[in-house]
Design a protein around this ligand. Structure first.
Ligand SMILES: [Zn+2]
Length: 411
């Protein structure tokens, strides 16, 4: 199958954007840095050339606007983010902006105007690397950014307010809670993003439609036993906190594996006192539980707590169970999603619907408008890693689907 030149352009542009980094040997592009300024200038020029008016807002988001066929029309939002994690790949974020831009370029090349405007959004921060606070860009645009974050400092002690100012923005706390759009001005938000997981590759499909951005529970779980001498306390008299925690970690794996779609992870473990000749007295571990159905996620979380209690009771260890964060599932809008599905079907590809286990800007945008997402296959499901890889053929499919989606919306 031949690949359109615009898909090749998308790939070339992702390469160009990846060359703008804060670090010489790897790709790291944090909020409000020189590297962000460089990508913004570059993308701005491409947006202008595609017939868009371009604006950089007060915290550094880019908005390229392609006007509708008539005045007063509503706006369809497309886009993704241009910031990266540390030692990032080239596609997480920039691919979605470049595909949206290419979609508008195709319309502009045919001098085609739609009964609605398109705004291509390039968020200044989604990953939250610099201030450890995710979705800054989309929160600002939707008027949901807490003014308190302006006082957060980065690792060099630079406050967010200072960073915004030196980026040419205006960190006025009074404007932070004003959304860029009124709800009734918008038709929805659609984002193209790499899958960041292995499902599409396993099914041998270029793209998939996202059903929802899965909710998640983040917990801190502690096991308190009794520290003691590794040489003198007999095995039968121990209350080893690490043995209890270890049993729990394996039951997390077993239980999540028995509930379809549930993913649960223990990613951090601290052992106290942490000496080779001392029986562990206390263990604190992190627990992350996700599922696209809130009820299933809560059920899984409850069952895990029950298991932990049973393990602790048997072992004479006490349990601490603390919910740190709970994010509800954000469903994708059925109407928009149906158009993506129709576009994929028309192109002759089998349909695959899948939840997003990772968070995306759609979480924030959903407070203002309907959202939809299209996932693109990535090699080995690898992401947040320089080995991130997509093929030009798959990008071609994603671009065709997005263009078709936009045209279907307009009829
Ligand atoms: Zn991303």
């Amino acid at each position: 199958m031949s690949v359109d030149t615009s898909a090749r352009t998308v790939m070339e542009r992702c390469e160009i954007l990846a060359s703008y980094s804060e670090e010489p040997d790897r790709l790291t592009r944090r909020f409000a840095t020189r590297a962000m300024q460089q990508v913004n200038e570059t993308v701005m020029a491409w947006m202008h050339a595609a017939g868009m008016t371009v604006e950089q807002d007060n915290i550094g988001n880019l908005i390229g606007r392609y006007e509708a066929s008539h005045a007063g029309a509503k706006t369809l939002l497309l886009g993704s983010h241009l910031d990266t994690v540390r030692d990032a790949g080239k596609y997480d974020g920039p691919l979605g902006v470049m595909v949206a831009l290419a979609c508008v370029e195709r319309l502009f090349a045919r001098q085609k105007r739609l009964p609605f405007a398109i705004e291509v959004l390039a968020f200044a921060d989604e990953e939250g690397l610099r201030y450890n606070n995710a979705y800054l860009g989309s929160k600002f645009m939707t008027g949901t950014l807490d003014p308190k974050v302006l006082h957060l400092t980065d690792t060099k002690g630079i406050t967010m307010a200072e960073a915004i100012r030196s980026f040419g923005g205006n960190p006025d706390p009074d404007t932070l809670q004003i959304a860029r759009w009124r709800q009734d001005e918008l038709l929805g938000y659609c984002e193209v993003h790499i899958e960041q997981g292995p499902v599409l590759e396993a099914r041998n499909l270029p793209v998939g439609v996202v059903t929802a951005i899965s909710g998640q529970n983040r917990l801190s779980v502690s096991f308190t036993g009794e520290a003691g001498h590794a040489g003198t306390v007999p095995m039968s008299l121990r209350h080893d906190a690490l043995c209890a925690a270890a049993e729990f970690v394996l039951s997390v794996e077993t239980l999540a594996g028995s509930l379809p779609g549930v993913v649960a992870t223990v990613g951090q473990v601290t052992v106290q006192p942490g000496a080779s000749n001392v029986i562990p007295g206390k263990v604190v571990l992190s627990l992350d539980v996700r599922h696209q159905d809130n009820a299933v996620r809560e059920l899984a979380s409850d069952q895990l707590e029950e298991l932990a209690r049973e393990i602790c009771d048997t072992r004479g260890v006490s349990l601490g169970w603390q919910l740190l964060q709970e994010h509800k599932t954000i469903p994708c809008a059925p109407g928009l999603t149906r158009l993506l599905e129709q576009a994929i079907e028309e192109m002759g590809y089998p349909l695959l619907s899948l939840p997003s286990g990772a968070g995306h800007d759609g979480v924030t945008l959903s407070e203002l408008t309907n959202i939809a997402m299209l996932f693109v296959r990535c090699r080995d499901g690898i992401s947040h890693n320089p080995a991130e890889s997509v093929t030009v053929e798959d990008v071609d499919v994603a671009l065709n689907v997005l263009e078709r989606f936009v045209l279907l919306y307009s009829v």
